[in-house]
Design a protein around this ligand. Structure first.
Ligand code: HEM
Length: 470
């Protein structure tokens, strides 16, 4: 380690060539949390030929995402980001620059603004009505992940593509959900090809083959969507129509062709599909594990909404305990535990440590959420800790940043958090939930499956009983 102005952040001892790869297992966010407790909140690693920095405290996260936001606003180039997102033409993996800025502005305005969200409120109400009706008929155990993903996927497709697509529209063999999950899985993997450029062609993990197949399937599907819109098979004017009109007008003011539209559509479908559904499934798991919290939430819903009505979006702001429950779930189970990797665009100094240009920066929000110096009893699920607290999830309080913060912060935050609250409120208000086969709350397996979106490793199964008087 150098001393003085070029002192690099401390870290574990690495192996020749390999660096620190051998320290990362199936759940790298957990391994990195353990290492950071030993080496500090700004930790340096070497992954093959790439210099990486792991940030694991609210103060360090604030330095990266706020104080030096611009320096860290880019994304590293990776094999997956190129192969799976039309050579980084999407939003999530695009390097910082005018293309990313313009495209982000366009998506925020045309799809993710408050007024656009309002426009789709009746659609969300109708889709949730269908979900409740189908659960009401069920007399048996339901696969909550499947149900939550399906309704979330339908709402996403209606909003972005103008109509629902069935599983088989995407791929005869695997279907919608499985392929999107696989894409998130692949993009999050520490792919040796990104860290050892010379062995990329060997495809040691078989990732190239999987990426090629996936990107072909996605491309076929996106081409079909654009053709459908071109030939006016649909009546409504949706986001795809808007994007195509901008392309045809030639007035976008930046590079904008069919490939860019496909890249952004895929990005939004993937970003919107799994994130809210995963957070909802984690919330239902914690509620089933903590029946007193479930009961308290049902009581709030009973008093604010009543057993004669379903929850409406206008109720959400008044449901204070629901807000606390969701914050507590996002603290313990952030869906993107390491965010999406950032990259420094120039040399920078963080708390006296030198961070060279082109370092790959991971912010471990999972570690921050479980830091005993920040939270009392960090591993216990206690929504009450947020009662009367001014900590929100909007990226202003760096101890709780499930949507990140700053330039690269999630542009779908409003939509994502409303969807999670709405789905949870509806499921908890309309139904009593029991675990199947005499299972006890503490038997629920809470293991995680790491990916760009980190979901429960096991599906959540439960038995609903309708409880409203309508
Ligand atoms: C509970 C729901 C959601 C959570 C927890 C979440 C969280 C995140 C996080 C942590 C990031 C990475 C930020 C960073 O690297 O600093 C991100 C990026 C992003 N999210 Fe979300 N998200 C959610 C829902 C959505 C929805 C519904 C959409 C849109 C339909 C969306 C679109 C995006 C996009 C486009 C990016 C990339 C932004 C960029 O790189 O400029 N997200 N999200």
């Amino acid at each position: 380690q150098l001393l003085g102005p070029n002192r690099l952040p401390p870290g574990p001892i690495g192996l020749p060539i390999l660096g620190h790869f051998h320290l990362l297992g199936k759940n790298p966010h957990v391994d990195l949390c353990r290492l950071a407790r030993k080496h500090g909140p700004i930790m340096g690693l070497r992954l093959g030929f790439v210099r990486a920095v792991v940030v694991s405290s609210p103060a360090a996260a604030e330095l990266v995402l706020k104080t030096h936001d611009l320096v860290f606003a880019s994304r590293p180039r990776s094999d997956a980001s190129c192969r799976m997102s039309y050579d980084q033409r999407n939003l999530a993996f695009a390097p910082y620059g005018p293309y990313w800025r313009n495209m982000r502005k366009l998506c925020t305005l045309q799809l993710l603004s408050a007024s656009k969200m309002k426009q789709f409120e009746p659609m969300r109400k109708a889709e949730l009505g269908l979900l409740v009706a189908s659960l009401k008929q069920s007399r048996d155990t339901v696969d909550l992940r499947a149900r939550i993903s399906a309704v979330n996927g339908d709402m996403n497709c209606l909003m972005i593509l103008g109509r629902k697509y069935s599983d088989r529209d995407l791929d005869e063999q695997d279907g919608f959900k499985a392929l999107f999950s696989e894409a998130l899985d692949i993009t999050a993997q520490f792919n040796l090809a990104d860290y050892f450029p010379y062995i990329g062609g060997l495809d040691l993990h078989g990732l190239n083959r999987r990426m090629k197949r996936l990107s072909n399937v996605f491309d076929g599907f996106l081409e079909k969507i654009m053709e459908d819109h071109l030939h006016k098979k649909q009546q409504s004017h949706d986001f795809v129509d808007t994007m195509m009109a901008i392309m045809d007008s030639g007035e976008a003011g930046f590079e904008f062709d069919r490939t860019h539209i496909k890249a952004v559509l895929l990005d939004l479908l993937i970003a919107g599909m799994d994130t809210s559904a995963t957070a909802t499934e984690w919330t239902m798991s914690e509620l089933l594990r903590h029946p007193t919290v479930m009961k308290k939430l049902q009581e709030e819903l009973e008093s604010m909404v009543g057993l004669e009505s379903m929850v409406e979006e206008s109720h959400l702001d008044k449901l204070e305990y629901l807000e606390c429950v969701v914050k507590e779930v996002m603290r313990l189970h952030p869906v993107a535990p390491l965010l999406i990797p950032h990259e420094s665009m120039e040399d920078c100094e963080l708390q006296g440590f030198h961070i060279p240009k082109k370092s790959r920066v991971m912010v471990n929000v999972w570690a921050i959420g479980r830091d005993p110096d920040v939270w009392a009893n960090p591993d216990s699920f206690t929504p009450e800790r947020f009662v009367g607290s001014d900590i929100d999830m909007r990226g202003r309080h760096f101890e709780l940043i499930p949507f990140s913060s700053g330039r690269r912060g999630c542009p779908g935050m409003q939509l994502g958090s409303a969807l999670v609250k709405l789905l949870v409120a509806q499921l908890v208000h309309c139904f009593h939930w029991e675990l199947p086969n005499g299972m006890k709350p503490h038997d629920i397996d809470m293991s995680e499956h790491f990916g760009l979106v980190t979901a429960r490793a096991k599906r959540l199964m439960a038995v609903p009983t309708y409880r409203l008087h309508i």
